[in-house]
Design a protein around this ligand. Structure first.
Ligand code: NDP
Length: 256
């Protein structure tokens, strides 16, 4: 059933060497897509590319700092050339955080978080638009966070950058529907990755998170990538403009 396959399709997943991005590369490649990814660390990227080759996945990669406008332009040029001018799927996954009280942030910290989380996703979508349109059936998935919906104590700049992504999802869904490009967003709660490992290793912190989560645990990157994969499939062809939480029930748990 071709509704459940990405065979013949092409995808760009930013930040594919670890965590949610890594699981997403494997999810999309597993559905038959050819995937291009990027990260800042060349050694780790090459190690991943080798592992994927061993698993029989067709994955290529570029070293790119997604927070740099010049490097984003170069990345999309490379993607255009690797996939011959057509891109079906763009997963804007790269993100970072600096946790502080609002009164302590510097202007540089503000710029770094916004450039990495929001500007990179916005600009990559903008410059990938011709490739997505040319594919005939395009799909963008943003990775935001429940921090873009609620205060979770992870810092106001991160929350604002993720909230901006949630709204961009809705704007682009309407603006680019005419080009047959769908735009959706996945908002995870705590997922065990290198981004938050140091927090989850703190038993007091972990217990607090788990006690607020109806499913009583944090998530696994594969539990996020499965939704990203679904949203990219032809099976999801009528779904656009949605922000969906992957959170073990956290965002519906008003009081416990
Ligand atoms: P990780 O830090 O574990 O992995 C991030 C990946 O992106 C790595 O491959 C990293 O490689 C790459 N990356 C980071 N910064 C850049 C950059 N500037 N340019 C290119 N590549 C970059 O993060 P997660 O998997 O946890 O997070 C992925 C997304 O999910 C983020 O947007 C995050 O905000 C979001 N999220 C995560 C949650 C969680 O609990 N883990 C919860 C909610 C949202 P390298 O560092 O070598 O460049």
């Amino acid at each position: 059933d071709s509704r459940w396959s990405l065979h013949g399709m092409t995808a760009l997943v930013t930040g594919g060497t670890r965590g949610i991005g890594n699981a997403t590369v494997e999810e999309l490649a597993g559905f038959g897509a050819r995937v291009h990814t990027c990260s800042r660390n060349e050694e780790e990227l090459n190690k991943c590319l080798k592992e994927w080759e061993g698993k029989g996945f067709v994955v290529t990669g570029s070293v790119c700092d997604a927070s740099s406008s010049v490097q984003r332009e170069k990345l999309i040029e490379e993607v255009g050339s690797v996939f011959h001018g057509k891109l079906n799927i763009l997963v804007n996954n790269v993100g970072t955080n600096i946790r502080k009280p609002t009164t302590d942030y510097s202007a540089e910290e503000f710029s770094k978080i916004f450039a990495t989380n929001f500007e990179s996703a916005y600009h990559l979508s903008q410059i990938a638009h011709p490739l997505l349109k040319a594919s005939g059936a395009g799909s963008i998935v943003f990775i935001s966070s429940v921090a873009g919906l609620l205060h979770i104590g992870s810092g106001s700049i991160y929350g604002a950058s993720k909230g901006a992504i949630n709204q961009l999802t809705k704007n682009l869904a309407c603006e680019w529907a005419k080009d047959n490009i769908r735009t959706n967003c996945v908002a995870p709660w705590y997922i065990r990755t290198s981004l938050v490992e140091y927090l989850l290793d703190d038993k007091v912190f972990l217990d607090k998170i788990v006690s607020r989560t109806p499913l009583q645990r944090v998530g696994d990157p594969k539990e996020v990538s499965s939704l990203v994969g679904f949203l990219c499939l032809p099976a999801a062809a009528y779904i656009t403009g949605q922000v969906i939480s992957v959170d073990g029930g956290f965002t519906v748990n008003g009081f416990n």
